[in-house]
Structures are given as C-alpha cells and as structure tokens.
Design a protein around this ligand. Structure first.
Ligand SMILES: [Zn+2]
Length: 688
C-alpha cells in the first residue's frame, strides 16, 4: 500500500507543479497574491515598437508638437517641474506622460535627452517626507500623473532612483490622512494613483502598498455606485439637469473624469475580487454609449456630458484617457470588447481631432463637423474656440495631455500571457521583442496595413525552436477570420480568442485574414454610420484651411498654427442605401498610405524642410464612393450641422456620387447620415 501511495503523491505533485508553471508567467511580473491574477501582463516600455504606417504616425508626432512643445510653450519652458519658476501643477507631468513613452518607443536620443532634463529635477525634489515635485505645489493631483511618468521612465531607463521616489511617495500616502475630497480633482481622480500603486506592488511585493490603495478607494469618490445609478443619462440631458458646474456634482458629469474613472472599478476588482466591480466597468461603457455615445467609439462632453446628438463635442483629453483606461482594463480583464473599443478610439477619434502632422489639435471634435471656426456653438460649458485645430483652443489641458495617446497604444498592442506566451491585443504594424517559455527571447514582426487593410503576417524569430502559445484576438465585428500557420488553416468566429500552442522555429509565420466587410450602425435620429473594420467613414467635404489668430500668437513658433477650416462643397447629403444589400452602389478604393497616414487631399501639413505649410494632394488610404441626395432643408444651426432629419428621408432630387474617407482623415465631415432607402426610391421612380 505504501509503495502504491508514494508514486501517486509524486504524480499529483508533478501535476500541481506543471499547473502552477503554466499559470504564472515566469518572465514578467503579473499580480502576486493576494491580488486577483490579471488576464494579461503588460510588457515593459520599449518591448513593442511600431513599423510601417504606425511608425510614420509616431515620427510625425515627434516632429510635431510633442518634440517641440517644451521649446516654446511658456508653461513648459518655465515649468517648476523642471526647475523653473512657472507652472507647477498638471501641465509638466501631463506632457511627460506622453513624451516619456514616445522617446523610449522610438529610441530617439534627442527625445530621451529631453526626458532626462525633466526627470533629473523631479528625482532630486523627493523629500524626506516622501512628497516630491515643485516646492510650491501642495496638491496631490499632479503627482498622480507624475507617478505614471516615473513608472514609465523606470521601465524605459532602468533608473532605480525612480522606483525609490515612488516607494517613498506611496509611503507618504500610507502614513498621511486620506485627504481625497469630492470637490477637488485629486479626490474624483484619486484612484488614478492605483495604476502606479499596483505596478509598484508587482515590483516590490510590499503589503502596505495595498493598504494605501484600499484607503484611497474607501476615502474617495464612489464611481462604482455612480455607474450603477448613472444619474446623468439622456433624460438628464433632455431635462437640462446635467450639473454644469465645477463642484462635487459637476465633477461627476465632467467628461475627462468619466473617461478616467471607467477603469477605477476594474482596478479595485483586482484587490476586492468582487464581481460587482467588474460588472460596473461594462455597465459604464454601455451607459455611456446609450446616453452620450458618438461615432468613433467615444462619448460626448463639451465639457460636461452632453448627449448623443452628432453636433455635441468630445474633449480630446477624454479620448486619450478613455484609451488609457481601456489599455489598463484589458490587462486586468482580457475582454475582447475592451480591445475592440480601444481600436475604434485610436483609429478614429484620436486622429480625427488632430491635424495629420500633429502640429494642431482641437478641444472638441464633432461627428458631424462641417465648419471649424471661432464661433458660438451649443456646447455645455466650453468656449467659442473649442473646435479650432490649433495650439491651445479653449483651454490648454489637451495641449499638455494629448501626447500619451499613440505611444501608450503601441505599448499595449502585445502583452505577455500567464502561460508564458504572447497575446496580440490590438492590430497594427509592429515588432515585439519579449521573453517566452522559460526565458527564451523571441521577436515577432507584424506586417500589416491594418486598419486600412485586413491582411496580417506575423513572422517569428528565435535562436532555437521553442514551444510557446500565441493568443490572437479576433475582433467582435469580424464575421470570421482565417488563421493559417504551419500546415493548419482555421476559420475563427468574431469576438473570440484563438490560442495557438505550437513548437515554433525561426522564420515560422502566421497569416491572419480579417474580412473588411462594410457594415452600418444606427445612430442619432435613426441616421446611419458606415464602418469598414474598425474604421468609421465620413463624407469628404472640400475644404479651405486658413491660418487665424485667436487669443494669442502661438509664441511666434514656426509650425504652430491655428486653423479655421471652411467647407467648399455641399455637406447636406442623405445616403442612398439598400439596407438589404449594403454593398450595392458602394465601391472601395485602396490607396498607398503616405507619410501622414490620416491625411486626405486638401489638408495642410508643416514641412520643416521648406519651412512652410504645404497642401496634401493625395487621396486618403481608403475612399468609398457611394450615392447621396441633397436635403435642402438640412442646414446649419448655431454654426454646426443641425441634427440629421429623422430617417428614412423621402428622396427628392437627383442622386449624386459622393466620396467617403476614414473619419480620422476627414477634418470636415458628416459621419451620421440621414438615410434614403434605394428600394423606396425605385418604387417612386416606377410610380412616376
Ligand atoms: Zn483637455
């Protein structure tokens, strides 16, 4: 009997050991106990690099505002964060939150040196109490941003001093009274500190860090209860009950706070392990869509939550913060819907609200945006300059905060898996270098023109054949995706994850074919939006850029311009469409992707070579021809396109060929179209 029991014991121990090994990544630190295990593990900054059009996009960003802003914007030039006597609050940390990842992802020495000139004074400011930053700042809010900066800087540089500053600061928070009032930014945004807190816990395993996060969660705004109740819904918009103020209730209706807070229940879920918090995340996304949803994956807020009408604005800060929230949430929850949404924001709302050269941005973008000008619009709380593409239209928070969008997206495109493999999270041309299996180095290059095209080729490079899994996210909107590898070919349903467990050798390839079918989405007043893959399409409106002076003169810096953009062709088209056969009458043309991926002909870009602005003459990477009929009674109201007339609209007048381009390429646009049904029109023609 004894002889029989012993082998059983050894066998079960072996099974247990192998389960544990497959369950915990041995190369990257996931959540240790007592935290819930995260679905994936973010790779350290610099592991994922862009290639192809995505590299052009990040290089454009580096050559545009991000690489130049601290040379001329007084709030950065004289920032107290870098040892000056100027701005001492959020603007320096906001800027660095994008500059640091951009510098290390591009491995750009000029930008890395720029980073170091900022970081040295910050590291030196760390005091015995643990507090750090400019002496004249006593507010915890900008430190919540600076924490994320130091976290990324540590990953990019390996500089241990950054880790020590963070540990000391979290010790300070642990030992001080909570002080997270609902009436202040530091209170409503307090859980932003948990992003760094959990990261710090993963690095150090110090149990008191979790006590600190628990205290923050217990003593700051209750966003979970807010999402469960969601007081600021469509009825509140219709009844004008959204609190348009900057007090405790107004701050819960503030679009950027909402975009940041989506991740807070998810962050706390790791520690509470209570399903209530996970549910709140998805309830939040659903309620934003239902009550304030806009084409391009975002929700409105100009600057308080403002409903679904396509003339409502969305502040740029809310787009990049929503993206970051989704990146954090995907790591924790691994739910495909989060990555689908992240792609929508990244490929539509983000490029749609900056110029292609990233020298200018808007404060508020609109789905139906037919005039960009300094004029009164029906915003809730924003000013007349909000939809200008410029340096700091309306207010300068977005100018400081916009830089994180593209680089953090690149960082999260690939993640490590708990079974020591790699996960393809969001698509785009990229190269990932990471450790898999038991510490083996592997490089995967992803060649693709996604989201403009649906073919993806992964090429795996390694020294010795290695067995490891590759997890492939299949987008929710895809009918079926064909995946080919070695001698296999499989068809995978949309909204799933496909895991390939194989022994890979150098040069092995995986081919992914994602069908880019056109589909429609019903929007405001039964209007329709056209989508192809993760891209929304908008009416191309001929346009004229004109440089305007608003309330300042861009500090005389070459490249920085404020643009007014006026329409030079009609925009009030209804879409003639056959709902039974969407493709009827539509034709898609694929064009080469240029140096500015999200540009269309007529856009102006800064040429540093010639020292002047030049006009783009090439078509956007995709152009769809469709048929439309003008609707004379659909006109402007308050300097925006009025709400689209209720669809279906009775067709009157002659059909014309209209051209649609990706939302991100259309600085003037109609994205929510009134619809005329082709079959209805044909019936009328017969009656004539
Ligand atoms: Zn902003």
């Amino acid at each position: 009997m004894k002889n029989f029991l012993l082998p059983l014991f050894i066998l079960s121990a072996m099974i247990f050991t192998s389960c544990t090994r497959n369950d915990v990544n041995v190369n990257y630190r996931g959540n240790p106990e007592p935290l819930l295990k995260n679905a994936y593990i973010k790779l350290p900054l610099g592991a994922v690099k862009p290639i192809g059009w995505l590299k052009s996009q990040l290089e454009d960003q580096a050559a545009g505002l991000t690489g130049n802003l601290d040379n001329f914007w007084p709030d950065l030039v004289n920032s107290s964060w870098r040892g000056g006597d100027g701005e001492a609050w959020e603007r320096g940390p906001y800027y660095l939150d994008g500059l640091v990842p951009l510098a290390y992802i591009l491995n750009n020495d000029t930008l890395i040196n720029k980073v170091k000139r900022w970081i040295e004074p910050i590291l030196a400011s760390s005091s015995d109490s643990g507090w750090y930053g400019p002496a004249k700042n006593r507010d915890r809010w900008p430190l919540a941003v600076a924490n994320k900066v130091l976290m990324q800087y540590y990953e990019g540089s390996g500089d241990n001093r950054a880790l020590n500053v963070l540990l000391k600061y979290f010790r300070y928070l642990h030992d001080s009274p909570p002080d997270w009032p609902d009436k202040d930014w530091r209170g409503v945004r307090a859980m932003e500190n948990a992003v760094t807190g959990y990261w710090l816990y993963r690095q150090t395993g110090e149990p008191w860090i979790l006590e600190t996060i628990k205290s923050i969660e217990n003593n700051s705004s209750d966003w979970t209860a807010y999402y469960e109740k969601f007081p600021w819904d469509s009825a509140a918009v219709a009844d004008r009950k959204i609190p348009l103020n900057w007090g405790p209730d107004g701050l819960t209706a503030h679009v950027v706070n909402n975009a940041m807070a989506i991740k807070y229940p998810g962050l706390w879920y790791q520690q509470s392990k209570d399903e209530r918090y996970k549910k709140a995340v998805f309830a939040a996304i659903e309620k934003y869509d239902l009550n304030h949803g806009q084409a391009g994956g975002r929700f409105s807020g100009d600057e308080h939550l403002s409903g679904k009408s396509p003339d409502r604005g969305s502040e740029l800060c809310s787009v990049v913060e929503y993206m970051f929230s989704l990146e954090e949430l995907y790591e924790i929850l691994g739910d495909n819907r989060l990555a689908d949404r992240l792609e929508l924001l990244t490929f539509n709302s983000l490029p749609g609200t900056t110029t292609p050269d990233m020298w200018a941005h808007q404060y508020d973008q609109q789905s139906n945006q037919v005039l960009v000008s300094a004029a009164k619009r029906d915003w809730t709380t924003n000013g007349d300059y909000s939809n200008i593409y410029g340096l700091m239209p309306d207010f300068a928070c977005c100018l400081a905060n916009m830089h994180q969008g593209w680089p953090k997206f690149v960082e999260s495109m690939w993640m490590a898996t708990n079974d020591n493999g790699l996960a393809l999270v969001t698509y785009g041309p990229s190269v990932v270098k990471a450790k898999v299996a038991n510490g083996r180095d592997v490089t995967v290059s992803e060649e693709t023109d996604y989201p403009f095209k649906g073919s993806v080729k992964l090429t795996l490079s390694m020294e010795r054949p290695t067995r490891f899994p590759v997890h492939i996210r299949v987008p929710g909107w895809a009918d079926s995706v064909i995946i080919r590898y070695k001698k296999n070919s499989v068809v995978v349903k949309g909204d799933s994850e496909y895991k390939i467990r194989a022994r890979w050798k150098n040069g092995d390839q995986i081919f992914i074919e994602i069908p880019m079918n056109i589909r429609v989405e019903q929007r405001y007043n039964k209007s329709l939006s056209i989508l192809r893959g993760p891209l929304y399409f908008s009416l191309r409106i001929d346009k004229e850029y004109k440089s305007v002076k608003i309330n300042y003169d861009n500090f005389g810096y070459k490249g920085s311009v404020d643009w007014q953009i006026t329409p030079k062709s009609p925009w009030n088209y209804g879409l003639l469409i056959d709902k039974g056969n969407i493709m009827r009458g539509l034709k898609v043309t694929e064009n080469p992707i240029g140096k500015y991926p999200f540009a269309d002909k007529g856009d102006m870009v800064w040429s540093s070579d010639s020292g002047k602005y030049i006009m783009i003459t090439k078509d956007a990477p995709l152009v769809i021809t469709a048929r439309g009929i003008r609707i004379p009674e659909w006109t402007m109201k308050d300097n925006s396109a009025d709400i689209p007339p209720l669809s279906p609209v009775k067709p009157e007048g002659d059909p014309e060929i209209i051209r649609l381009v990706p939302y991100g390429c259309a600085k003037l646009r109609i994205t929510e179209f009134p619809v005329m049904d082709v079959t209805l029109m044909e019936d009328m023609m017969k009656q004539k």
